[in-house]
Every structure is written in C-alpha cells, then in structure tokens.
Design a protein around this ligand. Structure first.
Ligand code: FAD
Length: 396
C-alpha cells in the first residue's frame, strides 16, 4: 500500500512538513498530522497582541487548507505514546496508528522545577509566561490593562538556549510602547539570565534609549531561582530580589514532553540530537525531529522560520527515501527574525546555513545575513509581509 507518514504537532515545523511531503510526493504518500488545537495561533506577532497593537484574530489561521488543498489528514487529538520498535503511536482518543516514518515537531515544554514556586504561581494564573500563543497571550494582556499607571512590568529571561532569542526583548519594547501612550509613569524591567542581550543587542538598546528613555531598564546576569507569589517577587541566584506589579517569568525550556518521554531528548535529557542531513533522530530509526525540540547546530536559533526550513529539508529527505531517489547531499536553510521595537518600527537578523558533509552539521555561511543598520518603518512593512508569507507557506 501507500507509505504512511505520521506527523506529531501542527506548529511551524509540523504543518510545513505535512504540506511539503504531500507536494513533493505528488500526493502519493499518506500524511496524518495530529495536533490538539483546532486553529493555528502564531507565536510570531503575538507580542503585539500583548502590547495591544494587534488582536488574537490577527494571529489565528485555520488548518483547513492542509486538508482541503493538500489532502493532509488533520486529526485534532494528542499523541500520548510512541513505540519506536513497533512503529506505532497511541492517541489520547484511544486509537493506535502505525507509520513508516514519524516526524515529531512538538515544540517546547517547561522545566518548572528550575524556578521554585513557579509552577504553582502559574497554575493559579498569577505569574504567566505567554510563551505559547493562545489564551495565555490575552491573559497577560489583561494583567497589563489592569495595572495602575506607575506600576512595574518585569520580564524574566532564562539562560540561552530558549525559544526565540530576540522574543523577550521585542515583548519588553512593545509593552513600553503601550505604557508610553496609556500609562506613562510605568516601568519595564528586563531581568536577563544572560550576560547581555542575546540577539540584536545594540539595536534594542538604542531603541530603548531613543524611544523610551528611563522607562525601560535592562539588567543582565539575573538568573531566577524562585518566585514568591505572596509578594509577587522573584529571587535570583546572585542579585537581590525584585518585586513587580506584573511578573512575566519565562521558565527554562526543553523539547516537548513527548520527545523527552520517548527517549529522544538525548542532549542532556533536554533537546533531541538529529542527523542534520535529514533530521532523523540519533536515538531512533525512522523518527525525525524538527523545530524547537532539536539540539541546534552552531548559529541556528529556535525560530518559526528555522522550523519551517527544517521541515522542507526533512520533507525532501523523507520523500527521497520512500521513493528510492537520491537525497540532496548539501541542504541549506535560512533564517530571519524580525522584531518590533514599537508598533511600526522593526529590526531584523538574518542568516544562511549550509550542511557541511565532512563535519556532518550546518555551518553559518560567512558573510551571509547580518542585522539591520537602523530600525525603520520600511522593515515594519517587511515584517507584516514576512508573517503573511510564512503563514501561507506553512498552512495554505
Ligand atoms: P510549535 O510551533 O510550538 O508547534 C508545536 C505543536 O505541537 C503545538 O501546536 C502543540 O500543540 C503540538 N504538540 C505538542 N505535543 C503534542 C503531542 N503530544 N501530540 C500532538 N501535538 C502536540 N519565530 C520566528 O521565526 N519569528 C518571530 O518573529 C518569532 N517571534 C516569536 C515571539 C514569541 C513571543 C515567541 C514565544 C516565539 C516566537 N518565535 C518566532 C519562535 C517560534 O514561535 C517557534 O520557534 C516555533 O513555533 C517553533 O515551531 P515548532 O513547530 O517547533 O513548535
């Protein structure tokens, strides 16, 4: 019969790989994609919902194009277990599905125990992360709307690697843009577990200085170890405690729980090592892992753009293998991350990476990409176009 590919997760990685396996195989390979959410809510651009510049509707797209245009079988359920020896997966709904190839694109989950008290404060709805777009995006927005003028919003950033290196700084910037208009006596505090701004540092710092003056304060070397929900305070390994009106703590991240549970997170029990030629797991045959869940190669961020690139290399490799044709020995991937510094001005970082066969990994091509010279509203329009294009490429 027809070869069967099972894709777990319908985010940037999973939706793209599903579509491209169908396209590249002329619809001759069956693809089932399992994803619990009934629509695709984008993390990219979600910071602008938190800042009040966009709405949830602006970042939400249907999954229906994958099924109606591309014949992907989209199942709204979760995979609870994978047997990599029998090549089967179990769904929460109870059924068991067999596969020839499995692609796991579960995104991230959180290592709650790294910050004492955070799991409970999060469950209570008090200290949010909003690092998976959805209901929590609006919940954080409501906390900011309810905050008094003169209050403090603090974002706490874990040590790299985490999902979306520039994301926390973008969030701080667009929240400052909101405060500047609506609550001008308020403050944005960035408490960073890293020694300096992880991405586009000079551009972000210049924007904070030029646009917000003293409203935004950046403090490096703040590695959180505990939160106190009673006093809304964060405790750090070295620095003194910090209290805020709205505390936004990003937990330490790891590969999605299913990858960890299946034994695929063989990089420190945290991320999944893959063979970069085809993104096959180094822990299990015929299982491919893409997106944020992998142990990345040098210079590769955990981004939606990257997950979309991983997906295309993987789709081509899977189709080649299942159809007995030669695999591309020299895949290349690209990345661009656009960050808003207010409601209209954007800065970017871009890079191109090539697979180097002798080193069996991707290397950033020297001189490729780079960062913006200055923030600009032209880049703001590019950012809108980037989002529309990647949503179309991933889903439509
Ligand atoms: P996801 O997109 O998270 O998809 C994983 C999916 O798997 C989810 O839909 C989940 O429901 C599903 N899933 C998990 N477990 C199971 C299971 N057991 N069974 C079935 N389904 C399961 N990237 C950019 O490129 N540009 C940006 O501007 C940008 N901005 C960002 C801003 C913010 C605030 C954040 C948080 C992130 C941003 N990112 C950006 C990063 C980007 O969102 C991620 O890198 C990207 O989503 C990773 O894709 P993924 O497919 O690995 O994971």
């Amino acid at each position: 019969g027809k070869a069967k590919v099972l894709v777990v997760g319908g985010g940037y990685g999973g939706a793209t790989v599903s579509k491209y396996i169908r396209l590249l195989s002329d619809h001759s390979i069956d693809v089932m994609m399992v994803e619990p959410n009934t629509s695709f809510v984008s993390c990219p651009v979600s910071n602008l919902v938190i800042g009040g510049q966009k709405t949830m509707a602006d970042i939400t797209n249907p999954y229906t194009g994958l099924s109606s245009r591309h014949g992907v079988r989209v199942v709204h359920d979760s995979v609870t277990a994978v047997d990599t020896a029998k090549k089967t997966a179990t769904l929460a709904g109870g059924s068991t599905v067999s596969y020839d190839k499995l692609v796991l694109a579960p995104g991230i989950d959180f290592m709650w125990d790294q910050i004492q008290g955070l799991r409970e404060a999060h469950t209570a709805g008090q200290i949010l992360h909003a690092w998976k777009a959805g209901p929590e995006t609006m919940a954080l927005r409501r906390q900011l709307e309810a905050m008094r003028d003169g209050g403090t919003y603090a974002i706490v950033i874990p040590e790299a690697p985490y999902r979306c290196p520039p994301g926390p700084y973008e969030r701080a910037s667009v929240i400052a843009a909101y405060f500047k208009k609506a609550k001008p006596k308020s403050k944005v505090l960035i408490l960073d577990g890293n020694p300096d701004v992880t991405s586009k540092g000079p551009l972000f710092k210049k924007a904070w200085q030029d646009l917000y003056g003293g409203m935004v304060e950046y403090r490096p070397q703040h590695k959180a170890v505990a939160v106190n929900a009673k006093t809304n305070t964060v405790e750090f390994e070295v620095q003194g405690d910090v209290k805020a009106d709205v505390l936004n703590v990003l937990p330490v991240m790891r590969a999605g729980a299913l990858a960890v549970q299946t034994g695929l997170a063989n990089a420190n029990n945290r991320w999944c090592h893959v063979n970069f030629l085809n993104f096959e797991s180094t822990a299990a045959k015929d299982v491919h892992v893409i997106g944020d869940a992998i142990q990345v190669a040098q210079g590769m961020p955990k981004s939606g753009h990257m997950a979309n690139s991983h997906a295309k290399v993987t789709a081509a490799a899977i189709v080649a293998e299942l159809q007995g044709i030669e695999i591309n020995p020299h895949p290349m991937v690209t990345n661009v991350c656009m960050s808003y510094v207010d409601d209209a001005h954007v800065i970017h970082v871009a890079s191109v990476h090539e697979f180097v066969p002798t080193q069996k990994t991707f290397r950033t091509i020297g001189g490729s990409g780079g960062v913006s010279d200055v923030r600009s509203d032209l880049e703001g329009r590019y950012a809108e176009a980037w989002a529309k294009n990647i949503w179309a490429d991933t889903l439509m």
